[in-house]
Write a protein of this length. Sequence first.
Length: 688
Amino acid sequence: MEVALRANRSFLFMRRTPCLLLGTCLWLVMGILADAAGNSSSNSSSLPSLSRPSAVTIGSLFTQDSVIGRAARPAIKAAIDDVNKDSSILAGTELKLLEYDTNCSGFLGTVEALQLMENDVVVAIGPQSSGIAHVISHVVNELHVPLLSFGATDPNLSPLQYPYFIRTTQSDSFQMYAIADLVEHYEWREVVAIFVDDDYGRGGVSVLGDALANKRSKISYKAPFTPGASESAIKELLVGVNNLESRVYVVHVNPDTGLQIFSIANSLGMMAGSYVWIATDWLPSALDLSDTVDTERMNLLQGVIALRHYTPDSSTKKSFLSRWKSLKSETTATPNSYALYAYDSVWLAARALDTFLSEGGNISFSDDAKLVGLNRSALSFSTLRVFDGGTRLLQLLLTTNFTGLSGEIQFNPERDLIHPALDVLNIGGTGSRRIGYWSNYSGLSVVPPETLYDKPPNRSASSQTLYSAIWPGEMTLKPRGWVFPNNGKPLQIVVPNRVSYKQFVAKDKNPPGVKGFCIDIFEAALTLLPYPVPHVYILLGDGKSNPTYNDLVYAVAEEKFDAAVGDIAIVTNRTKVVDFTQPYMESGLLVVVPVKKEKSSPWAFLKPFSLPMWCVTGAFFLSVGAVVWILEHRLNPEFRGSPRQQLITVFWLVCLIHLKREHCEHLGTVGVDHMALRGTDNQLKLHG
């Protein structure tokens, strides 16, 4: 109001003095602008700033001189350059990168992480090591700085414990479930886990045990070794593993030292037939980074089954692969999957930051009250500050969705990348051959996983298919996965040395020393097992009399023998002390006789009875006829007359009596034959 009155007075005065009008107007405008500027400055703290910063800093943490680091470093730099050249993202804001080397050390990784956070970074890319990720995650949780890890695959890195940890690669849990599906597909039941004894190795093998249990399989033996173990320690470990029954080995180690295991295994003769080697993604990562084919090294890996992160083909991926050699002069190798994940991690950060700044977010930091009290230490903890917009940026990172070099970048509620998939490789010759795919959606298949996402999931056993593989020792037949240990004793199988019914079981001069129907069934059953069972037969009995089968059964129960094979009847008392197989034959009242082909003969009706039996039957026939004739001759006129007539009458009567008896027995009657005898004049009359 005061300004308005002052303006009116000046206006009246200036009508008289036109020359002073211009100066007075300028003075009035300057006063109004000054008041407006004061009001604007007083309210600036309450209004968001829409201006973008000129630069935003992100950091990287990984071991640069490693298999993963040598691929990730040029990929990250290429992503930074591509983001800064793209005018559609982070317009007017430059994305800067600070690199720190963890040197594959948990302690140095922690120190490097603290030094990185002193530079007020808004996002950290890395690390590649799961062990270092566990430590650094505590730092980023305190300072609210999102950590995008392209290499930490330990399933135990839980988002509940580490909310600011985001895995931009696939978790090892999916690899382990893929291995469980492979074990089930090839009908193996036990595996031996060879792994490095750190967070990465222990976490993966723990999930493998659970995955195999769901398939009714198991880890028969765990063979851990310390990181950086000597050659002698690894050799001693493999010698112990070689004495086990299982021949299916799952190798889950670091890519920098894993090839040493196969070199030692080859020297021990463990890369030959009957062995199965399954390697996780570390092996393809090490092989993909090599620009030349090392024939000697490839010879060590013949027949190995390996898993590799599946990345679908796209135009952007092909373009990136074509310019890979020009990214860095000393890197001429093919990028592995970790390089693609590292590239996509930078783009994920850039897209989330672009949305964050578009919403009016400020890149600001504040002191952490928990660290201010640590100034008494020589370490400068007070320089570590909390990123004020870290919580919002974390939310944007988890909801960002785009298609990168590795495929679709989108997170599910468990913070895992959607549609995890793997290549199933079979190493042979001078390279590897893809024998199929695995996806969490449909399991094993021979078609790319993305072609199955539009169809209903099918995890039935019949749908799990793979192409044929070449196994160690250039074997095309699938190994059984189990052998009898070198220091084991063959099973002792006791067999009765029978005298009668030798068709069931009997002593034989030829190997294996016994023969018979029971032995044939037992040997056929052994061939159906997925592993060989060495055994020897031991005869019980002197061969002059049949042995007592109860003694044979109790000898097995007392562990004098491992098993018994023969025509052993399954009775109640025996089932209380031993276990029987399912009966393979029901005898009942049958008689086993050899089948003989004979020519037809008119006298074939005599075959059912032998000659002595026919003689006895005829004697009984004549004796019965004689008795009947003696009793009836005096009273019955039918039994009188000429000898020929009497003989015919006796013969007819005896035959009729026999026929009536057989008829009554057929009807099941008991007692007197169903005949009616009528007496006339004390004479017997026979009626039918």
